[in-house]
Write a protein that binds this ligand. Structure first.
Ligand code: SAM
Ligand code: SF4
Length: 329
């Protein structure tokens, strides 16, 4: 699948639910209204859409949300999708999770062919963790990480850079990932959805994070690339690699290889733009895959050149009224 800018699409991210057991301050408002259940794609519908994409050349699927592991029956979807791993059509099935359910599911994920996961963890301080996530318990996530490590999953920690928080903990975070053999990627906050507070107050540019890390650790740029938006440095003292995802201070759209399916069946071509195609009614209206494939062609033509995020004093509101948990981070 090639879009009109010549980019090949091989990666589909699927938000399996907009619900979550946490309410991270940069992601959601405290009292969120979630979608009514009848609006959400069934697992059969999700699997049918995923298979249509795999038939068109998608080789990597990431399940995300909301929190993917809180949707009831999620392991059934993972088991079904894992059949495409066995045929070789799908090279990677993975997920992004807040880690709260990992103790329960880590071994099953491995049994279904998942090799790597991303776990979001913004702080190692348990009070601060509960403050940021509003409902989360750090100890549960740490136990989940331990279970995932024991089960043999390769783990990348995603940390959203927050002013007055992340900047005080950089050394601890670096030491933690090095001790555990995890990778680490920092992410800048993106202006997605109303969160009931200011984003400018919390925005910490990764240029600052990098400069602070460089004061204590020896870092060098590397050409290492995952096909995703992160840029990496090697850390001499620990021998591991740190990624930086800088949607605001550095564009990465020119190499974008992905599309995003929401739990409602809406296909977004860009995390930061509104262009979309509604696949739910198309799959519900016909058992034939022809209309679905035609809709995917249409979506390819709509993929924009890039997003236009800005956070500063004159742009403090959301760029889009869609939370990250709807489109899937
Ligand atoms: N609940 C899972 C989790 O937290 O990993 C998966 C969904 S979450 C929306 C995916 C990622 O998006 C997380 O790493 C989270 O920190 C990040 N995220 C959420 N809102 C964000 C925002 N406004 N800007 C930047 N990253 C955000
Ligand atoms: Fe939930 Fe993930 Fe959003 Fe936090 S970042 S509220 S864990 S969806």
């Amino acid at each position: 699948m090639k879009d009109t800018f010549g980019r090949t699409i091989t990666y589909l991210r699927v938000s399996v639910t907009d619900r979550c057991d946490f309410r991270c301050t940069y992601c959601m408002a405290e009292d969120m209204t979630f979608l009514p259940r009848q609006d959400i794609l069934s697992f059969e519908e999700m699997e049918r859409i995923c298979s249509a994409f795999i038939n068109r050349g998608v080789t990597k699927i990431r399940l995300t949300g909301g929190e993917p592991l809180v949707r009831h029956g999620i392991m059934g979807l993972i088991e079904h999708l894992s059949r495409h791993l066995k045929t070789g059509a799908l090279k990677e099935l993975t997920l992004t999770t807040n880690g709260s359910q990992l103790q329960k599911y880590a071994q099953s994920l491995v049994d279904f062919g998942i090799k790597r996961i991303n776990v979001s963890l913004d702080t190692l301080d348990s009070d601060r963790f509960t403050e940021i996530t509003r409902h989360g318990k750090l100890e549960k996530v740490l136990a989940g990480l331990e279970a995932a490590k024991k089960a043999g999953l390769k783990i990348k920690i995603n940390t959203v850079a927050l002013k007055g928080q992340t900047d005080n903990e950089l050394d601890d975070l670096l030491a933690f990932v090095a001790d555990n053999g995890f990778d680490l990627t920092f992410i800048e906050t993106m202006p997605l959805g109303e969160i009931g507070g200011s984003r400018v107050d919390n925005y910490l540019p990764l240029t600052e994070v990098r400069a602070r890390i460089a004061k204590r650790w020896t870092i060098t740029d590397t050409d290492y690339a995952t096909g995703g938006p992160a840029r990496f440095v090697d850390v001499k003292e620990t021998g591991n690699r740190i990624g930086f995802i800088t949607p605001l201070s550095h564009g990465f759209c020119e190499s974008c290889n992905r599309m995003r399916l929401t739990c409602k069946g809406v296909l977004y071509m860009c995390l930061g733009q509104d262009g979309n195609v509604d696949l739910r009614e198309i799959v519900r209206a016909s058992e034939s895959d022809e209309p679905l494939q035609a809709a995917i062609d249409n979506a390819l033509n709509l993929k924009p050149k890039g997003h236009e995020f800005v956070i500063d004093d004159s742009h403090d509101g959301p760029a889009l009224n869609r939370h990250m948990s709807v489109t899937g981070g």
